[in-house]
Design a protein around this ligand. Structure first.
Ligand SMILES: [Zn+2]
Length: 582
């Protein structure tokens, strides 16, 4: 859409920038929004996905043009801008771009300095394009490729402005050897946080270059009679400072307003976290519950359908209990896609909660179950019974372990038990349990910690229903072990993670394809965290056969790790868990 000066004159005054050609950022001295963006509807009256190309996996190349960038007196420095833009690209800012056909995540591919020439004080688009082409031909930056979502961003020293437009930034494209090159230029007001600063303007240009790279065929919105504006333009009066640099809002159709996603700390936690992958969402969201240091429980969830994998929450519940010591949770087959079912311990008392599958998503409880518990309870839904019973094991306050089960085939859902076992171990500190695919419908397999020692138990599938054990496993452990049966191997291996007494975490696995069922390990990871208090783990449906995903508590904070499905089998992390809000 061409610049339309006549129409701009008729529309004054406006709460947002007046008309501009696609890709331009008008120079601004507008009021700024500090903190979380709560307003800024952009005046949008219609939304269009015109179906043209968008940049799904953007790769940003920063090209600092001019000798000033090598001058140590230049302030803010190239390094300061690179850091700010790196934070933008690696952080949560683009989270709500994911709604536009799955944009994200994005990467800072390369940063180069072009100090052999200076941009003209008043530059033109052809001059910038010629410089980019020269750097491509010289091999300084990679050439455009139609399968790669690359954006060349030319960053100016202070004192340079466009001779073509009144704008402070613009995104464009040109074709190079049959491949489309997307590019932008951004001028410099000499600050990291100003209304015409590089960080603010580049956040605008990138949101538009990703969502409408070919100018007019991608994600566009109308503002009344002003048709097909880009998603940055309609939010051009709304920005804030994040980590010391400006970021500008962009239009989120899902939220019907302008947004700047930012991180927000989790509240201080205590006890043990519990992580599951639920059947909510298309991929299946992660659901995480933890006791809070201030009392009660908090539910967090990760949107696994959003390419930025943002965590949301806390959703508070169970506050009437005060301090909660331990928690366990499953998604059951009651309701659809499945209620969350939770047991927690406070002192020696076990209480039950459940959360409906929507639309209320209400946490119901606490409902008292049993007294006399210690350590952490572990709850699963087994394949015993028609519906699948609940099976729960918890250390007993008087020593050993106790097993309860809930008959889910009887409408009153009665709990039975306790069945005591493992009394020879005396005080048991922590426990984890699964139903495996050994025997039918499946043996219960259990690992517990007594002091620094792990022990193994298994219960046959009947008719004896006998708990066999304890069988000593690893020594030198702390906190709570977590056991799963993964999809690695033919039968499905057992995978276990537990905090080490020496700090960090230890991973063991049992080869269930070998008749001797040997345990391998330990593999140490997360040593930089020091003492880890508690841990929870799942195998997700990311990767194949499935990545291992771990959340652990260190002090009052939660950290995340994930292990790829091979061949590297590398533990990635720790990543501090934070919510994304916008
Ligand atoms: Zn724009």
């Amino acid at each position: 859409m061409p610049h339309d000066a006549v129409r701009a004159l008729k529309r004054a005054p406006l709460a947002r920038p007046s008309t501009e050609a696609h890709g331009g950022v008008r120079r601004r001295t507008a009021t700024r929004a500090d903190g979380l963006v709560q307003t800024g509807d952009g005046g949008v009256t219609a939304f269009h996905d015109n179906g043209g190309r968008i940049l799904h996996h953007p790769r940003v190349i920063l090209m600092f043009w001019g000798a000033a960038w090598t001058n140590p007196a230049t302030n803010p420095s190239q390094a300061a801008f690179t850091g700010a833009i790196g934070n933008l690209i690696s952080g949560p800012w683009g989270t709500q771009l994911s709604q536009y056909r799955g944009i994200g995540p994005m990467a800072l591919e390369k940063t180069v300095t072009i100090a052999s020439s200076d941009p003209p004080a008043t530059f033109t688009d052809p001059e910038i394009q010629a410089m980019i082409e020269a750097q491509i031909n010289a091999g300084v930056v990679p050439a455009p490729a139609n399968g790669v979502d690359r954006v060349y961003c030319v960053l100016m020293p202070t004192g340079h402005s466009s001779g073509d437009t009144p704008y402070v930034g613009q995104h464009q494209f040109f074709d190079f050897n049959g491949a489309r090159a997307y590019w932008a230029w951004i001028t410099n007001d000499g600050t990291l946080t100003g209304g015409n600063s590089i960080p603010k303007v580049i956040s605008h240009e990138l949101s538009e270059a990703f969502s409408d790279p070919d100018l007019g065929s991608g994600i566009l919105v109308d503002v009344g009679s002003d048709k097909n504006e880009e998603i940055g333009d309609v939010c051009n009066n709304t920005w804030t400072t994040v980590n010391g640099a400006a970021q500008e809002a962009y239009w989120s159709e899902a939220d019907n307003r302008c947004v700047i996603p930012i991180f927000h700390s989790f509240p201080p936690v205590s006890g043990n976290p519990v992580l599951i992958q639920s059947r909510f969402g298309k991929q299946g969201n992660f659901e995480l519950v933890s006791p809070l240091a201030a009392g009660g429980l908090a539910h967090f969830w990760r949107n696994d359908d959003n390419t930025f994998l943002p965590w949301s929450g806390p959703i508070f519940f169970g506050g009437s209990l005060g301090a909660v010591d331990a928690v366990t949770m499953i998604e059951s087959n009651f309701s659809s896609p499945g209620n969350l079912e939770l047991v927690c311990r406070k002192g020696s008392q076990l209480d039950f909660f459940w959360r409906d599958s929507g639309p209320a998503f209400h946490w119901n409880g606490p409902f008292p179950i049993e007294n006399g518990a210690a350590g952490n309870p572990v709850l699963i839904q087994s394949r015993f019974g028609t519906k699948g019973n609940f099976e729960m094991v918890v250390p007993s306050a008087t020593g050993g372990l106790v097993h309860y089960w809930r008959n889910n085939d009887i409408p009153s859902l009665p709990w039975s038990g306790p069945t005591a076992f493992g009394g020879s171990l005396r005080k048991v500190n922590a426990v984890t349990m699964i139903e495996s695919n050994f025997s039918s419908p499946g043996n219960l397999e259990l690992v517990c910690r007594v002091g620094q020692q792990l022990y193994f138990f298994w219960r046959d599938s009947g008719p004896a229903f006998h708990w066999n054990g304890p069988f000593p496993l690893q020594n030198g452990v702390a906190g709570d072990p977590v056991l799963i049966q993964s999809r690695f191997g033919t039968k499905g291996n057992f995978e276990m993670v537990v905090p080490s007494v020496n700090g960090g975490l230890i991973h063991f696995w049992r080869n269930n394809d070998s008749p001797a069922l040997p345990w391998s390990g330990p593999t140490f990871f997360g040593g930089s965290l020091g003492a880890v208090a508690e841990v929870t783990m799942i195998e997700s449906n990311f990767g194949h056969p499935g990545n291992l995903e771990v959340v652990c508590r260190v002090g009052q904070q939660l950290y995340f790790f994930w292990r790829d499905s091979g061949p590297a089998f590398h533990w990635n992390g720790p990543f501090l868990l934070q919510s994304t809000v916008w």
